[in-house]
Design a protein around this ligand. Structure first.
Ligand SMILES: [Fe+2]
Length: 215
């Protein structure tokens, strides 16, 4: 990954040749090349039509970038384990979108954004298999959770170097079962990768905190 740079200078050209609901700073958070991968076009399109906070968009960029790294690692180290990479990346890029409706949860605890985000995405025509991450990203022990959900949840933790043993064990279990490998072997390699990703947390946190909650 290239160096991550906090906010400065101007962003890329507007996404489309029409008015956006975003403020200029929120648009900058969405389009600036500060060393984090751009969001999937479909996620950019949804965000471009909402009054999303610059801080929220920067957070989605950070978690999406980490989800890309996790998806690459799974594909490389466990090629026999199928997963929907597109869904993981869209899910990471939109998981907290419900905070547009619950901005108090940008700076404080709360889970009202989870069902609200799911409903918001569904109301915008996003299919369930892509919208579900808005309501599942903090519910890794619930029934019906699959590898894609866990990878978004994991990205939403390790982006800031937060390690969550029970979540990591669930990921390890699914990968070990799917690949026919020993869980301890899978976890040793995953642990190394999570340490590597966590080492970039300070730079991601600097980018996120350089964008204001309100603008
Ligand atoms: Fe998040």
């Amino acid at each position: 990954m290239t160096d991550i740079q906090p906010v400065s200078g101007s962003g890329r050209l507007p996404l489309r040749g029409q008015a956006s609901t975003l403020t200029s700073l929120a648009r900058q958070a969405l389009t600036e090349d500060f060393g984090l991968r751009p969001l999937p076009a479909e996620a950019e399109s949804v965000l471009d039509d909402l009054p999303a906070s610059p801080r929220l968009i920067a957070h989605l960029r950070a978690v999406h970038d980490v989800a890309c790294q996790l998806a690459d690692w799974v594909a490389q180290h466990h090629p026999s384990v199928p997963f929907d990479r597109t869904a993981v990346l869209f899910g990471a890029a939109t998981h907290d979108i419900g905070k547009v409706l619950h901005p108090e949860e940008l700076s404080g605890p709360g889970s009202a954004h989870e069902p609200a985000g799911h409903e918001l995405l569904r109301s915008r025509g996003v299919p369930e298999h892509l919208a579900r991450f808005a309501r599942t990203h903090a519910s890794w022990n619930s029934s019906g959770i699959v590898l894609e959900d866990l990878l978004v949840s994991l990205a939403d933790k390790v982006w800031k170097a937060k390690r969550v043993p029970d979540l990591e064990q669930l990921v390890t279990g699914l990968l070990a079962t799917g690949a026919g490998e020993e869980p301890w072997e899978v976890f040793m390699a995953l642990d190394d990768e999570l340490d590597r990703i966590a080492s970039g947390a300070d730079a991601r946190l600097a980018v996120q905190s350089s964008y204001p909650i309100m603008a």
